[in-house]
Design a protein around this ligand. Structure first.
Ligand code: IPM
Ligand code: MN
Length: 364
């Protein structure tokens, strides 16, 4: 069966359009090699959408999302939009996109490439062959809890960390299943020594673990986890955590890989729909210079093939192509150890060449 897959591409702001162009090259190469029928559409999202339509997530884009099987997103935000009212900010478009589509699972693989061990500020022996996955709850917690806001004269502000038992259960179930397919070790990160939400979280996770006796479960406080992630990262395999803790821990974990420019992500709901995006932001300071690293977005494309199209073999193919490019000593500025680096578009072209080379070798 060769079902047509609809991919909606939302380049967004800052470096978003540049990384997206390279990722689309990869999508096109893969669809030719594997003879997969793909339909690629584009939509406005983030600051550019606000400029054009007065909203970071316009209805036109919402409708395109409904018609798509997967969304590939660049990045949103920039100084130009910092003073907008909250609802018009690019970031609130992103949060709405996550919430409206119930993308409660956020998967953030932390994979260290051997060629980059010297780029990280952490010593080599701690990060060689590292392979961690952070499972971050994405549509609840402090990011969305009510009540929230300011008091009348803005001398006080408040947010609410709130989780229901069922919100904890569904992300926990996902994390245990992933653990079973990996090395059966799960760290649940919370702050149960202080927060009631974390106490509920911990007891829900404990209850769940009774049905997954083959998975070794550890609970860890978030402050300790932040330290352990850099002190002894190899103790982790799957990390399960709530929204804000996951946001912070994934940036810390990016240091282990050498650059945040290497980290992809997938955000999924329970209907098989996914949004794929690099973890890095819009990086306005380096936008339009053809120097941003497109690998995070290209690996997000790999995740799209793995999760939406259920082709783990294609994920592996793209990952191997990235490895080969790094092995040939080609690096973008963020991961280069000298002034000798290649541009964003050259990195994309090199990865596409390696994708073709691998296809040729494997006679695909
Ligand atoms: C991320 C980002 C977002 C978040 C921002 C841009 C709203 O930092 O995806 O990690 O905090 O979730
Ligand atoms: Mn973040």
């Amino acid at each position: 069966m060769n079902k047509l897959i609809n991919i909606l591409v939302l380049p967004g702001d800052g470096v978003g359009p540049e990384v997206i162009s390279e990722a689309v090259k990869v999508i096109n190469a893969i669809s030719t090699i594997y003879n997969i029928s793909l339909d690629i559409n584009y939509g406005d999202f983030g600051g550019v959408a606000f400029d054009k339509h007065g909203s970071p997530l316009p209805d036109e884009t919402r409708n395109k999302i409904i018609q798509s099987d997967a969304v590939l997103l660049g990045a949103v935000g920039g100084p130009k939009y910092d003073d907008l009212p909250k609802l018009n900010k690019p970031e609130s478009g992103l949060l709405k996109l996550r919430k409206e589509n119930n993308l409660f699972v956020n998967i953030r693989p932390i994979i260290s490439f051997i060629e980059l061990v010297n780029t990280s500020s952490i010593k080599k022996e701690y990060i060689e062959n590292l392979d961690i996955v952070i499972i971050r709850e994405l549509v609840s917690g402090l990011y969305f809890g009510e009540p929230r806001g300011f008091n009348k004269d803005k001398t006080e502000a408040f947010n609410t960390m709130r989780y229901t038992r069922s919100e904890i259960d569904r992300i926990t179930g996902y994390a245990f299943k992933i653990s079973q397919r990996r090395s059966k070790k799960l760290h649940s990160i919370d702050k149960a020594n202080v927060l009631e939400v974390s106490q509920l979280w911990r007891s829900a996770v404990d209850e769940f673990s009774k049905n997954y006796e083959d998975v070794e479960l550890h609970h860890m406080y978030v402050d300790n986890a932040a330290m352990q992630l850099v002190q002894n990262p190899k103790q982790f395999d799957v990390i399960l955590t709530e929204n804000l803790f996951g946001d912070i821990l994934s940036d810390i974990a990016s240091v282990l890989t050498g650059s945040i420019g290497m980290l992809p992500s997938a955000s999924l709901n329970d209907k098989g729909f996914g949004v794929y995006e690099p973890i890095h932001g819009s990086a306005p300071d380096i936008a339009d210079k053809n120097i941003v690293n497109p690998i995070a977005t290209i690996l997000s494309v790999a995740m799209l093939f793995e999760f939406t199209i259920e082709r783990k073999d294609i994920y592996d193919h793209i990952l191997e192509a990235v490895r080969r490019v790094l092995k040939s000593n080609k690096f973008t500025k963020d991961i280069a150890s000298s002034d000798n680096y290649i541009s964003t578009s050259d990195m994309g072209d090199n990865i596409v060449d390696k994708i073709k080379e691998i296809a040729h070798e494997k006679k695909i």
